[in-house]
Design a protein around this ligand. Structure first.
Ligand code: YSA
Length: 352
């Protein structure tokens, strides 16, 4: 039995130290100390067959060996744990001096960039920037612009009308009975930015110079130059003595600065209910014999529009214009299809 114990001791020393992982070490523990079939356990189980003197001897020796094996296992476990920690530290080491990876960054939408550029140009020409609501009343979008109900000109703008709940007159608070007599205004998504002219003139006395960029909506089929939701740029200049010459100068300056080269404009007679006279604005690079591009509607503000805004048309004169911002973008960047702007195609947007 002494020999057997010696043999177990030798085997334990080499095999425990050879364990490469904590799992392997556990296997070794079971191999030597396991309660069922551990090598030492088997020896201890045979003690009862020995003579009493021998039993005490071998028993002591076997117990010492058990303690030694336990110590060997503990020591080797500590070694394995610390080297595992070191390899984790090695793997997860961070070299703070290495150049970082730049996370991809978004940027402003090309139309937002263009609108900001347009605003800067007009600010430098002494214009202020005005805004109006996307959900408009029938009055501001049409009537105040000299387009009464049943006027055929309403057909020029295919309109998204909003479904509205008409407030019930039943069980009404008697203190609020006035509401009964108020007609609920019909609401729509504005079809152009021209309502901002009237809203602004109601609140500001001329002389005034404003632009009003914003989203407008039309109930129409889309194609390469038409969207159902797009941006317009409204312009308005009112003073005592404003003429078409002032308009020509302002609009030529604007195009020249926006396109970065001298541009010339041509005015063609047209019709809008809110201007008299009205014209379409064409433009092309100065000196070029190229085709004229239609870019904007414009005209001298109609007396009825001044009246609707509470201004005296005998006192004030002004020009107004309205152009499509997407159309400007198509020209500026030579883009073939207006629908690309809101297609959500990152490849398209990344180019700006
Ligand atoms: C005219 C005279 C004024 O004194 C002031 C403003 C105006 C413009 C007028 N309010 C208007 O809306 N005219 S318009 O219907 O011809 O549209 C103006 C511009 O918007 C067009 O020249 C075009 O550039 C753009 N546009 C029109 N429908 C569009 C569109 N852009 C994209 N998609 C559409 N569906």
């Amino acid at each position: 039995m002494h020999d057997e114990l010696k043999h177990i001791e030798n085997a334990a020393e080499t095999e425990i130290r050879a364990a490469k992982t904590l799992d392997e070490l556990e296997e070794r523990r079971i191999q030597f100390l396991g309660r069922e079939r551990g090598a030492l356990t088997l020896i201890l189980r045979q003690l009862k067959n020995l003579a009493p003197a021998e039993r005490a001897n071998v028993g002591n020796e076997a117990n010492r060996l058990r303690e030694k094996v336990e110590r060997l296992i503990d020591e080797h476990a500590a070694v394995l744990r610390s080297s595992a920690r070191e390899s984790i530290l090695e793997r997860e080491r961070i070299d703070v001096s290495r150049p970082g990876k730049r996370p991809p960054r978004g940027h402003l939408h090309p139309l937002t960039k263009l609108i900001r550029e347009i605003e800067q140009i007009f600010l430098s020409l002494g214009f202020a920037v005005a805004e109006g609501p996307d959900v408009e009343t029938e009055w501001y979008n049409f009537d105040a612009l000299n387009i009464p109900a049943h006027h055929p000109a309403r057909d020029m703008w295919d309109t998204f009308w909003l479904r509205q709940k008409i407030p019930s007159t039943k069980h009404q608070d008697p203190n609020k009975s006035k509401i009964k007599n108020l007609e609920t205004p019909r609401l729509l998504l504005r079809t152009h930015t021209s309502p901002v002219q009237v809203r602004y003139m109601e609140k500001h006395q001329p002389p005034l110079r404003i632009i009003a960029p914003g989203v407008v909506y039309r109930y129409e089929a889309t194609d390469v130059t038409h969207e159902i939701q797009f941006h317009q740029l409204e312009g308005l200049m009112v003073d005592r003595d404003i003429s078409i010459a002032n308009f020509r100068y302002v609009i030529e300056q604007f195009f020249t600065r926006l396109f970065g080269k001298a541009m010339e404009v041509r005015l063609r007679p047209s019709y809008f209910p809110f201007t008299e006279p009205s014209f379409e604005v064409d433009m092309r690079a100065k000196g070029s014999k190229g085709a004229w591009l239609e870019i904007s509607g414009a005209g001298m503000v109609h007396p009825n529009v001044f009246k609707a805004a509470g201004l005296n048309p005998k006192q004030w004169q002004g020009f107004a214009f309205g152009m499509g911002i997407e159309r400007l973008a198509l020209l500026k960047w030579k883009i073939p299809d207006v629908r690309l702007f809101h297609s959500g195609d990152i490849r398209f947007l990344k180019q700006f």
